[in-house]
Design a protein around this ligand. Structure first.
Ligand code: 5RP
Length: 228
């Protein structure tokens, strides 16, 4: 599948998911290229159909895009609930275990998802896998002492790589932390790994989202299909 085909599938999933947002709702808006299509469609509905809802975003990037359409964005602590959050994912398996954080927004994404009544992921078909782990698992790490955390991950055989941008500078998250990508190949025991990561001092959050999603909308060449 080339990029144009993949984008078409992402767009179809994003447009399909936009219909889940209705007037008066509080909606969590994820991050990434698939979510960009979702926000484009929500923006179109705000303009063309007078859709009115409140958004909570999982990154400054998504906030900027949403606000450019006149969508009202508030701080997560200014709402008492989030009706539905729609986000992308890097991989998802048949048990709805997934990897997120390819766009370095995993911490806010997990906080928003945890505080949402419903969570929906939008993915193209290439993201649906039998076993997660081929996509490098992002881990958000405090910069202070990050070298030691990376060493620990090396000792545990996790093949960590500190994420850098094209200029060779460490990528920073919206919380100013680093991202370390673990090249695991496959993850057979995600719960055990999640427990190991989250109890490592210096780790803020990891990109394993285990059983946190209610529905996955898959962009497929035959049209979007929904997994529940
Ligand atoms: C950002 C994420 C994204 O949702 C994930 O990387 C999918 O991105 P894309 O839609 O661009 O493939 O987790 O942190």
């Amino acid at each position: 599948m080339d990029k144009a085909q993949q984008d078409a599938l992402k767009k179809a999933a994003g447009i399909e998911a936009a219909s889940l947002v209705t007037n008066g709702m509080v909606a969590g808006l994820g991050t990434g290229s698939t979510v960009r299509f979702l926000v484009d469609e929500l923006g179109r509905r705000v303009t063309d159909e007078g859709l009115s809802f409140t958004g909570v975003t999982t990154s400054r990037r998504t906030q900027e895009q949403a606000e450019s359409y006149g969508i009202r964005i508030v701080d997560i602590d200014d709402v008492d609930h989030i009706d539905v959050t729609i986000d992308g994912a890097d991989e998802v398996d048949g048990n709805f275990n997934g990897i997120k954080g390819g766009g370095a927004a995993l911490l806010w994404e997990k906080i928003v998802a945890t505080n949402s009544d419903r969570v929906v992921w939008i993915v193209d078909e290439s993201k649906v896998v039998d076993t997660i782990g081929r996509f490098p698992l992002p881990v958000e790490v405090i910069p202070f002492g990050a070298g030691h955390v990376i060493k620990r991950f090396e000792d545990r055989g996790y093949h960590p790589v500190l994420r850098k941008d094209a200029a060779g500078k460490e990528v920073r998250t919206d919380e100013n932390n680093y991202v370390v990508d673990l090249h695991l190949g496959r993850i057979d025991k995600p719960e055990e790994l999640a427990q190991d990561l989250i109890t490592t001092v210096g780790v803020v959050e990891h990109g394993l989202f285990l059983n946190m999603v209610d529905k996955v909308i898959v962009g497929d060449p035959q049209g979007p299909r929904t997994l529940v």
